[in-house]
Ligand binder design. Structure first.
Ligand code: ADP
Length: 166
C-alpha cells in the first residue's frame, strides 16, 4: 500500500503589471489577458512619479482601470509611489509583467529587469511580446490624438470610450 500525498499549493503566483496607463490601451489589456493563465493574481499598478506630467489624473486613471478590469476576478487595480521592487515586496509579488513592442522597448526593459533582479531579491520580469495588431499603439500616441481632437476608439477598450474627454 502506497501512502497518498495531497498536492498542496503553498504560495500563489502574484505578478505586478506596473505602468503609467495614461491612458490604458488595447495593447496593455492584451498583455494582461494573455498573462492571466500564468499567474494566480495580477496587480495592475499605476506608478506615481511626481516629476512626470500626466494627461489624466491618478484618480481618473484608476477609475478607467477599474472600468476595464472589474470583471476579471484575478486582476486587482492599485497604485504606488517609490521603487517598484519595494512595492513588489509589500504585495508579496515575485514577478513583474511587461510588454515588449520593439527593440527599443527590449533594450530599455532588459536593463531595468536586470537591475530589479539584483535590488529586488531575485524578482523575475516576465515579458510578453505584443501582438502585431497592437505593436504601434502607445499611450503617448493616444494622448496626442486626444489632444488633437481625434478618434481613439480603435486603440482603447470599449469601456473607456466615454471616459477619455479632457
Ligand atoms: P511606462 O511609463 O512604465 O512605460 P506604460 O503605461 O507606457 O508605462 O506601459 C506599461 C507596460 O505596457 C510597458 O511594459 C509597456 O512596454 C507595455 N505596453 C505599452 N503599450 C503596449 C502595447 N501596445 N503592446 C504591448 N505592450 C505594451
Amino acid at each position: 500500500m502506497f501512502p497518498t500525498f495531497a498536492v498542496m499549493k503553498t504560495d500563489s503566483k502574484v505578478a505586478i503589471f506596473p505602468g503609467s496607463f495614461d491612458p490604458l490601451t488595447l495593447g496593455h489589456l492584451d498583455i494582461v489577458q494573455r498573462a492571466l493563465p500564468l499567474f494566480d493574481e495580477i496587480i495592475v499598478a499605476v506608478g506615481v512619479n511626481n516629476q512626470k506630467k500626466y494627461l489624466f489624473s491618478l484618480e481618473h486613471r484608476l477609475d478607467m482601470l477599474e472600468a476595464v478590469f472589474s470583471t476579471m476576478p484575478q486582476v486587482r487595480v492599485d497604485h504606488f509611489k517609490g521603487l517598484t521592487v519595494n512595492y513588489c515586496k509589500d504585495q508579496g509579488a515575485d514577478y513583474l509583467l511587461r510588454g515588449i513592442r520593439s527593440s527599443g522597448d527590449f533594450d530599455y526593459e532588459k536593463t531595468i529587469s536586470q537591475l530589479n533582479h539584483v535590488i529586488g531579491d531575485d524578482l523575475e520580469t516576465v515579458f510578453l511580446i505584443t501582438r502585431p495588431e497592437y505593436s504601434f499603439i502607445s499611450s503617448t500616441i493616444v494622448r496626442e490624438i486626444i489632444k488633437g481632437g481625434g478618434d481613439v476608439t480603435s486603440f482603447v477598450p470599449p469601456a473607456l470610450h466615454s471616459m477619455l474627454q479632457i
